[in-house]
Design a protein around this ligand. Structure first.
Ligand code: NAD
Ligand code: IPM
Ligand code: MN
Length: 352
């Protein structure tokens, strides 16, 4: 049966890195995995031309006809409001209720771990980030802009349903993979976040074999740098998960490598969104130097989601191998541009 995916390159380096992921997908298809690709030209370019962000009929059609979406990145300095980026990204994450943002952090080589005395075996973390509420509900207000009395307000919302389903997904993963779980919040300063501790304490009873801990996010940030090996699964609210994902990506070698999945794990076969953790990197966009591995590994997660775990594993093995060989972009210590790094990947991938 043919499976269908939608692909959105987006802005900045998004199309550059997704282009390389599509070359990898082409090889996978030639090996007999029947996936149809539907490319959507969404992003700042289209928005600036005619105001289109992500029309809801189009989003519905993707939802109904595709098993997954591969996204590069959105965000462009020519659109300071970020309106199109919000509609595209949150249109899928929130619009499709993709409540678990899963960001695995695996150091692929010892040399890429920036911490003194730590090796790749010390960095094996998976972040489960709540992806639909928290500080991202978008309900805020401003008053008196530009005046001395200016006030800017924003709410954060944590529902029992929202917290519980994210923690359950994280606990289930920890249980299946025999890992400890740390839930992180800042309930000492923001009492509303206390719901995370309470719900964790309740749910943890259903997972007696999973060591669980609640840790304030400031303390966790320090401990991640000092002792990454103590961590397996991290469960976090939307904002803290976002920040910790970049921190953890750096522990494993850098943002250019880190993949992610946005899922609704309660329903098997639900559409998922797959994207590198990094953004559109306007500082290097158009120069052909962006690392394509985050996008390629996100394709790996997408293939896993669509039921092709062998291809997903081959992608991970090939990523580790190109890094070991130094056949990679400058952010990973190599000397290749984006397209050459993609070609090197394909060569190694063919041998896996
Ligand atoms: P960023 O992740 O784009 O860049 C941070 C730094 O990492 C930059 O120095 C960049 O050059 C580097 N970097 C990122 N990806 C790289 C890669 N593949 N290879 C080599 N270097 C890489 O974060 P930012 O600068 O804060 O954000 C830029 C724009 O991207 C903003 O508009 C932001 O909102 C958006 N953004 C979008 C997404 C997304 O679409 N999911 C994610 C994060 C940021
Ligand atoms: C990410 C990004 C987004 C987020 C931005 C672009 C809104 O940083 O995917 O990590 O905060 O979720
Ligand atoms: Mn982020």
């Amino acid at each position: 049966m043919t499976q269908r995916i939608a692909v959105i390159g987006g802005d900045g380096i998004g199309p550059e890195v997704v282009g390389q992921a599509l070359r990898v997908l082409e090889v996978v298809r030639r090996r007999g995995v029947d996936i149809d690709v539907w490319e959507l030209p969404l992003g700042a370019e289209l928005y600036l031309r005619d105001g289109t962000t992500f029309p809801s009929e189009l989003r519905d059609e993707v939802r109904q006809t595709c098993g997954a979406v591969l996204l590069g990145a959105v965000g462009d300095p020519r659109v300071p409001s970020g309106e199109h980026a919000h509609d595209i990204l949150m249109g899928m994450r929130q619009g499709w209720d993709l409540y678990a943002n899963v960001r695995p952090v695996r150091a692929l080589t010892d040399a890429l771990v920036p911490l003194r005395g730590k090796s790749k075996n010390d960095v094996k973390i998976v972040i489960f980030r709540e992806n639909t509420e928290g500080q991202y509900v978008g309900s805020g207000r401003e008053r008196g802009r530009g005046t001395p009395d200016e006030i800017a307000m924003s709410r954060e919302v944590h529902t029992r349903r929202g917290v519980e389903r994210l923690l359950r997904a994280a606990l289930q993963y920890a249980h299946q993979n025999n890992q400890p779980l740390v839930m992180t919040d800042k309930s000492n300063a923001i009492p509303a976040q206390g719901i995370w501790r309470r719900v964790l304490a309740e749910l943890a009873r259903d997972f007696p074999d999973v060591p669980t801990e609640a840790l304030y996010v400031d303390a966790l940030a320090a401990r991640l740098v000092q002792a990454p090996e103590r961590h397996g699964v991290i469960a976090a609210n939307n904002l803290f998960g976002d920040i910790l994902a970049d921190l953890c990506a750096a522990l494993a070698g850098g943002l250019g490598l880190a993949p992610s999945a946005n899922l609704h794990p309660a329903v098997a076969g639900h559409i998922g969104l797959f994207e590198p953790v990094h953004g559109s990197a306007p500082d290097i966009a158009g120069r052909g130097v962006a690392n394509p591995l985050g996008a390629i590994r996100s394709l790996g997660m997408l293939l896993q989601h669509l039921g092709h775990p062998a291809e997903a594993e081959r992608i991970e093995r090939a990523a580790a191998e190109v890094l070991r060989l130094g056949r990679c972009t400058a952010d990973m210590g190599g000397a290749l541009g984006t397209a050459d790094a993609g070609s090197a990947f394909l060569e190694v991938f063919a041998q896996q």
